[in-house]
Design a binder for this molecule. Structure first.
Ligand SMILES: Cc1ncc(COP(=O)(O)O)c(C=O)c1O
Length: 376
């Protein structure tokens, strides 16, 4: 049984999450990595690769490609041609490449807010205009406001960036929801960039992740799917991800933007990814059980804190919190003073909200929640 309970000291390990607060007594529950060791199979594969001692330029090993193709078929019934894969050192890189590869300077890119901040910055960095539509609350659930999207889209809108499952609201988009979105996508002739980095982290066991590209062949042709093992197996520092682009023209445009700019992948990333997808399933299932209990603890605890509101977390290890009723206009600063470091909602397009990362040993999570309770 994997051990998710032991606290592992991450200070002085070049951890972005833990270095942020230095020696201050602040429990970091912000950036999306977990305080757990990766699956033993991943660590073993890395040891073996390091022991070889030669670290030259690399390409994806054949077995990795076969393993990824098999995983996509097993999980989603998706038959992917190896030629459709484009390896990337990161998904943020993929979002930015997608913005440059679709349409022209001055065109528009659509996204739903709140959302993982690079969705909101990538269009501008690519000289594209960002247009947004909100996710809205309906019967205690976040849903896409498709009327607002329809209003926001212009003749110049070429690309829609979808986050599925969604960071930060934790939704797993159903087939029906995605089909309704797809109708609008086709009517406006949009390309979709679907970031599915959190698809291995489904906490709601009743629900299924449905890749947007699997809804219909004609939708696959207009979709760039971004995938990675980094969130699920806690290896984001190894930088190994991939795009799945069935359409040849779109793939050529995507590769064209990468050319000479996006570097080779780190070979350790390939080794870790292969081991994760091939040998990590038991570990992943144990992780999901642990995260479900952490999620329940977070939602129960926050429900008792006046001024904070949360929603069911169907996927991810991130809870989205409305803190607008707190008597402060800086809720992140407010909780830092109490010794808990959360992500500020403002860069996600939602000032007054917070995001809490519960991918950590329960003892640490309990301590953080107790600190929050003391000031609420
Ligand atoms: C939706 C989403 N996309 C991409 C990333 C980051 O991807 P990468 O580290 O591979 O650039 C994250 C990290 O939190 C994320 O939540």
């Amino acid at each position: 049984m994997p051990d998710f309970d032991t606290l592992i000291d991450r200070r002085n390990t070049a951890s972005e999450k833990w270095d942020r607060y230095g020696d201050r007594d602040i429990i970091p529950l912000w950036v999306a990595d977990m305080d757990f060791r990766s699956p033993p199979a991943v660590i073993e594969a890395l040891h073996q690769r390091v022991a070889h001692g030669i670290f030259g330029y690399s390409g994806p090993p054949k077995e990795l490609v076969e393993t990824v193709i098999a995983m996509l078929f097993r999980e989603y019934g998706w038959q992917v041609d190896p030629a459709w894969l484009v390896w990337l050192p990161g998904l943020v890189c993929g979002l930015n490449v997608a913005c440059r590869a679709v349409g022209q300077t001055g065109d528009a890119v659509a996204a739903f807010t709140p959302v993982y901040p690079p969705f909101l910055t990538a269009p501008g960095l690519a000289d594209r205009q960002l247009v947004t539509a909100p996710l809205v609350e309906q019967q205690g659930h976040w849903v896409m406001d498709l009327d607002a999207l329809e209003q926001a889209i212009t003749d110049h809108t070429r690309l829609l960036m979808l986050c599925s499952p969604h960071n930060p609201v934790g939704r797993i988009w159903s087939r029906e929801e995605q089909l309704t979105l797809a109708e609008l996508v086709e009517r406006h002739n949009l390309i979709v960039c679907s970031d599915e980095i959190h698809s291995g982290l489904l906490l709601d066991a009743e629900k299924q992740h449905i890749p947007f590209a699997t809804l219909a062949p004609e939708l696959a042709r207009r979709t760039i799917t971004l995938q990675a093992p980094s969130k699920t197996y806690n290896i984001p520092g190894l930088g190994c991800s991939f795009a799945i682009i069935p359409d040849g023209q779109l793939r050529t445009a995507f590769r064209g933007v990468m050319s000479g700019i996006v570097p080779h992948l780190n070979l350790l990333g390939y080794s870790a990814t292969l081991a994760a997808y091939r040998d990590g399933e038991q570990w992943r299932q144990a992780l999901l059980s642990y995260l479900r209990e952490n999620r329940d603890l977070v939602l129960e605890s926050l429900a008792e804190m006046p001024g904070l509101k949360t929603w069911p977390v169907e996927a991810t290890y991130l809870a989205w919190i409305n803190a607008r009723s707190l008597q402060t206009d800086d809720p992140a600063g407010f909780f830092e003073l109490a010794g808990v470091g959360l992500s500020d909602g403002a860069p996600f397009g939602a000032p007054g909200f917070l995001r809490l990362n519960f991918g950590c040993p329960r003892v640490l999570l309990k301590q953080a929640l107790t600190r929050m309770r003391m000031v609420c």
